[in-house]
Design a protein around this ligand. Structure first.
Ligand code: NAG
Length: 570
């Protein structure tokens, strides 16, 4: 490709190189001799001009380096992953042996409880049910007698593990997962969150025994009103119990009509039992509530300070990048990046004109100020979004497409994309992006994405080999070549037993078979625009990838590795 911007500098480099030796020879002489001996030979003049160019060359040294670097783009892509409310949800790699012991003991308790599989009424007692019924009655909720009937004849008689936690019908009816979604972690007005007292979030109050947890739980759900952001910037006072909504049979066919009618008090009861059982399990295996100290430590690393840690990795290890594609960024992350001393001075941010604030997961791009011309930035997301069918599972915020020129006037088309869990949107998005790229032939395409592809594809999951066939056919290649190694994963995570979807839990020896260990993250680029110089992946934040290590870890806060590639401009 023609690179007009290179030429003047190339010429200067040649001048400097060609006279280097003679300049050194004449340097000392010129300094004292030149003023006295006016008539000078042609040779001396040559020497003088040589030295002039040499000093220009020296002054320009930094700039020269940049010009040389202008032939190489250091590209990074990272799905930083949305903040998870439950620090226990996935197995993490933890250097405290107590963590592994806790998780293994919980696994054993839930997997093979034996005589520890006691009746629900022994953990969530009839007296506690009576208190709960009174609190619900005070809210004038209808259907409480029917709920009491369900409690007496059914729920209280179930075993805590086999009959309750592992009951798939309760799961299909969403009786514990729905209220958990609403009350697990509630964003309050003016920033900050309120946590339901449960094991599966960052609640920091006393849960070292059932009575202390129950006092907290009642207070949270029914007594203390929260200030929630209301319409038009206002604030509304609400107790969490009144945020619960009916579970509709039309949406969740497993629930009966009678259950739908009483689904608000029924889910409240199911939630109370679920939370009580988990508090019972963790305190049984972790006396002295060491589990809660581990929980709080993980909350600090993976939850409360997650944005800070993510930004620190970018600033420490990747601040020399030319392009950083990021996925699943929340609006608060975007704001923090724009105010970050290192990152904001080195990069400008490309983001959608309207960030998706509801789901709050956005794909963005950081562009080096030393390389790109911010004034040329233009967005093309809607042109690509309009290029595929509405049934393709791309949510608002998942895709960002921009064009930008570098400081030498070369043009780029850049896309940052977060694929749906099964990767089914990846091929349609690639095709639509390719279609746009064909209309912009002077632009060099670079595409950073979490393709959500799998080692082995199936009818419901996008395989990595088929993805590669598709991008090669369109004239692209990847940082992992034309045929990425299906075993070279960029994710490795597995669910623990401390989360509501127990059917997905992996025992410690099932982390691979039931885990998500897949090649998901890619940098794609036009074959005729770039040559790949190097590619690395990283799950430590230090440009190193430890294979067979589940992550996140306390020092690496995402469940996706960072992928980096050096692309030489052709
Ligand atoms: C559910 O509630 C509706 C409306 O109140 C009522 O007509 C219906 O009979 C109830 N169904 C059951 C099974 O209780």
């Amino acid at each position: 490709m023609d690179r007009p911007g290179d030429r003047p500098m190339r010429n200067r480099m040649v001048s400097e190189d060609s006279c280097e030796d003679s300049c050194e020879d004449t340097d000392g002489e010129l300094l004292d001799a030149a003023p006295r001996r006016k008539p000078q030979s042609r040779a001396r003049w040559l020497g003088l001009s040589c030295c002039f160019f040499a000093s220009v060359g020296l002054m320009m040294h930094g700039l020269l380096r940049e010009w040389t670097d202008a032939g190489v783009l250091n590209v990074v892509t990272w799905n930083i992953a949305a903040i998870n409310n439950n620090p226990f949800e996935y197995w993490i790699t933890h250097n405290d042996a107590d963590y592994n012991k806790l998780m293994e003991d919980v696994q054993t308790f839930i997997d093979a409880p034996g005589e520890r599989d006691v009746l629900v009424s022994q953990v969530f007692t009839p007296a506690m049910f009576g208190e709960l019924k009174a609190l619900m009655g005070a809210r004038q909720w209808p259907g409480l007698d029917a709920v009491e009937e369900r409690w007496t004849s059914d729920l209280s008689q179930r075993k805590i593990i086999s009959g309750f936690l592992k009951d798939s019908a309760l799961g299909e009816k969403r009786l514990t997962s729905m209220p958990d979604r609403v009350t697990n972690t509630i964003n309050v007005a003016g920033g900050g969150v309120a946590n339901r007292p449960t094991v599966i979030n960052c609640f920091g109050g006393d849960m070292s025994s059932i009575p202390s947890w129950w006092a907290e739980w009642k207070g949270f759900m029914f007594e203390k009103a929260l200030a929630l952001p209301g319409r038009d910037g206002g604030v509304t006072q609400t107790i969490p119990a009144s945020m619960l909504a009916k579970i509709k049979r039309s949406k969740y066919p497993a629930i009966t009509e009678a259950e739908e009618n009483i689904s608000v008090p029924l889910q409240t009861l199911a939630q109370a039992i679920f939370d009580a059982v988990l508090v019972h399990v963790v305190n049984s295996v972790s006396p002295g509530a060491k589990w809660q100290r581990l929980q709080q430590q993980m909350c600090d690393a993976l939850n409360r300070r997650k944005n800070e840690r993510t930004l620190a990795i970018l600033a420490r290890t990747y601040s020399d990048a030319t392009i950083i594609f990021l996925q699943e960024t929340a609006s608060v992350f975007v704001k923090t990046t724009e105010a970050h001393p290192t990152l904001a001075s080195r990069f400008f941010l490309a983001k959608a004109a309207t960030l998706d604030a509801k789901r709050d997961q956005n794909s963005i791009v950081l562009l080096s100020r030393a390389f790109f011309n911010e004034a040329t930035l233009a967005e093309h997301t809607s042109a690509v979004m309009g290029g595929f069918d509405k049934s393709v599972p791309v949510a608002d915020g998942d895709l960002l497409v921009v064009s930008v020129d570098d400081l030498m006037g070369r043009k780029y088309l850049l896309a940052s994309f977060h694929g749906d869990t099964n990767g089914l949107a990846t091929l349609p998005v690639l095709a639509a992006l390719h279609k746009l790229a064909l209309t912009m032939p002077e632009h060099r395409l670079v595409f950073g994405l979490d393709a959500n592809t799998y080692e082995v594809g199936s009818g419901s999951k996008q395989g990595v080999a088929e993805f590669a066939t598709a991008f090669v056919l369109d004239g692209y290649t990847s940082c992992w070549g034309d045929r990425p190694d299906p075993k070279s994963d960029t994710t490795y995570n597995a669910r623990t037993f401390l989360q509501p979807q127990l059917q997905k839990a992996a025992r410690i020896d099932e982390k691979v078979s039931k885990g998500d260990k897949n090649p998901k993250d890619f940098i794609l680029f036009s074959k005729n625009a770039f040559t790949l110089q190097a590619a690395t992946k990283d799950n430590t934040g230090e440009r190193r990838y430890i294979t067979d290590m589940v992550f996140p870890t306390l020092s690496f806060p995402s469940d996706h590795g960072i992928v980096a590639a050096s692309l030489a401009v052709r």
